[in-house]
Design a binder for this molecule. Sequence first.
Ligand code: MLT
Length: 264
Amino acid sequence: MPKVEIYLAQSLIKDDMTFKDKNVIIIDVLRATSTMTVALANGAKEIIPAESVSTAARIARGSTNSMLCGERGSKIIEGFDLGNSPLEFKPEIINGKSLIFSTTNGTLPIVKSKLAKSCVLASFLNLSKVIEYIKNLKEDITLVCSGKLNNFCLEDAVCAGVIIKKLLEEDGNIEINDPEYAALELSKLFVLKGNKILPEKILELLKISEHGKYLSSVGFKKDLEFCSKFDTYPFIPMYIKGAIRLKEKIEDETNIKAQMKKIK
Ligand code: MLT
């Protein structure tokens, strides 16, 4: 029987061994996993997550065709090319580039997933696609809410709760426990009506959330609207060997390589 477990806050992650051999789904609705999904969908070659500003700068020194991206206190880091607003990641700016990315919350659990069996990024922008991916996987999964400064945050828990709801609809025998029940109930309270997600409720949720209110107060109100748009970026960003790329592109390249081998 597949099991679903959830980390409701980063403070619950012990060390790099925590996610060893697990199938991890990282969620940071506001805004890291939303923005990274948009960046890859808009043509970035890859995203290299860095846990600190100095690590990001060091990686950038040894790379070509790259841009430094990320935030502290939600604002662009001094000397970086882009911040962490999904609206900044336009195709004409990032096409073909390696984006070296460092954010306060979302980047950290990604880096801590280096020993995971698999690691994908989820947000409301690509939620149905991620749910489909998990259903096809048919294995135990670990949902990780990036939260805010090591603490719980509402929007990530609700997003994870929707995943749990959809998995339970398919297989009522999936094993869940107290934290998973809590996320499930929160998703019912805020964005679900029966088995339907109400897209207009996502924006309401983001507006009342602590980080949503903070983002609005520092000039990123439009990002809440953007990050609330359900299923608008149906892609699976996947973290493999230190870089995040779209699963769809990785598969295309593997197919092309296999074809080329046959031709040779
Ligand atoms: C993060 O990863 O810390 C967040 O996405 C912060 C932000 O809103 O920029």
